[in-house]
Structure formats: C-alpha cells, structure tokens
Design a protein. Structure first.
Length: 206
C-alpha cells in the first residue's frame, strides 16, 4: 500500500536539500495510502459530514509545515509519521463532533458503499457477477462491517491495517512496535474472533 521505501528515502534527501519539487512529489505519492487509512476509520455518523479527503489534505499540509523538524530527527519511518498526523487530524474531527453534541457513537454501523476500503472483496473483479452473487457480496459486506465494529480496539486496528490498508505483517509490526511474531499472533487472534462474529458466513477473508 505504501510507496516504495527506497524512492521515499531519495525524495526525503531531496527535500532536506531544499528541493520543493521533491517535497511536492513526496506528499502526493502518499496521498492515496493516507486516504485509505482515514476512510476505513470514519464511522457513518462522521462520514456524512466530513470527507476523508479533507482530513488527508489537512494532514499533508501539517506534514509540509513540520517536514523540516522531521528531517532533523526522523525517529520513525516517514509513512508512520504521516499516519500519525492523519490519525491526529481524525481524532480532532471526533472531538469536534462530540463537542457539537452529535451522537457519533450511535451511528457506528456503516453501509458497504460508504466504506469500500474495508470491504474484503473490494479487490475482487466485478466482471459478469450474477444478481445472486452481487446480493451475496452485499450481504457479506454488511455482516463484515458490523462484525469489525464489535471487535475490541486492538483487534479492530490490526484487521483494518491488514485488510483495509493492505499492510504486510512486517509493516504492522513496525507501526505497532511489536515483533513480527507478536504482530502475526495478534492478527490471527483478531481473525479468529472476527470469524466467530461472522458465524456461518462463507469464508471470503482469504
């Protein structure tokens, strides 16, 4: 999901030397990945009023302003830094919504067409799907979304990272500060819990 690491390092080098084009390319290359990360974390109560693109844009503007400080002390990978900025902006949105006394928590269930990045079948081909197959896919997506919302925060996070953000186990372990073995076990436990919540739904998680 995230852009090539070596190319990112090269662009960071250009940015450190004051190349504005390198900064522009660096931010644009990460836009789609950030959008997927934010989109899958917006519940229905917020997505009706806030666009994921606006959150991503705010995060990238913040990153541009703070890039010099990051380059002085790049203690974490660039994509992890961007992710944290985007999550901070997302947290700001939720705090604002709660301050406006809107009951976001009451609207956790999300329709599949509003959270396509979380659909485990989103990468599958739609060519020549029969009406029955289309209905089955829609039903499964609805059950999948509902099941994910019932997971505890740790399990939900690792499912989102693996399925919505399409991160590898090594990337998840890096972002969570875990060993690869520990990250893999957390994912397997979350997946088992998710399967239990899905009940008799045909296995489509891969």
């Amino acid at each position: 999901m995230w852009p090539n690491h070596d190319e990112t390092i090269e662009l960071l080098g250009g940015a450190k030397q004051g190349d504005p084009k390198a900064v522009e390319v660096l931010m644009q290359r990460h836009r789609d990945s950030l959008h997927k990360m934010v989109e899958c974390r917006l519940n229905q109560g917020v997505v009706r009023r806030v666009d994921a693109s606006d959150i991503v844009q705010d995060a990238l503007l913040t990153a541009s302003r703070r890039l010099a400080d990051y380059l002085e002390n790049p203690s974490i990978p660039f994509h992890a830094w961007l992710r944290q900025l985007a999550r901070d902006r997302l947290a700001d949105v939720y705090r604002r919504e709660l301050a406006d006394k809107r009951d976001v928590a009451r609207e956790q269930h999300t329709a599949p067409n509003e959270r396509s990045s979380l659909d485990p079948l989103a990468q599958a081909r739609d060519v020549q799907l029969t009406p029955a197959a289309t209905l089955l896919r829609k039903e499964f997506a609805e059950r999948f979304h509902h099941a994910v919302e019932q997971l505890d925060d740790g399990a939900k996070e690792v499912i989102l990272m693996r399925h919505a953000e399409q991160l590898s186990n090594s990337q998840v372990s890096e972002l969570l500060g875990l060993s690869e073995a520990a990250a893999g076990m957390r994912y397997l436990r979350a997946l088992r819990h998710l399967r239990l919540l899905l009940g008799d739904t045909p296995s489509m998680l891969g």
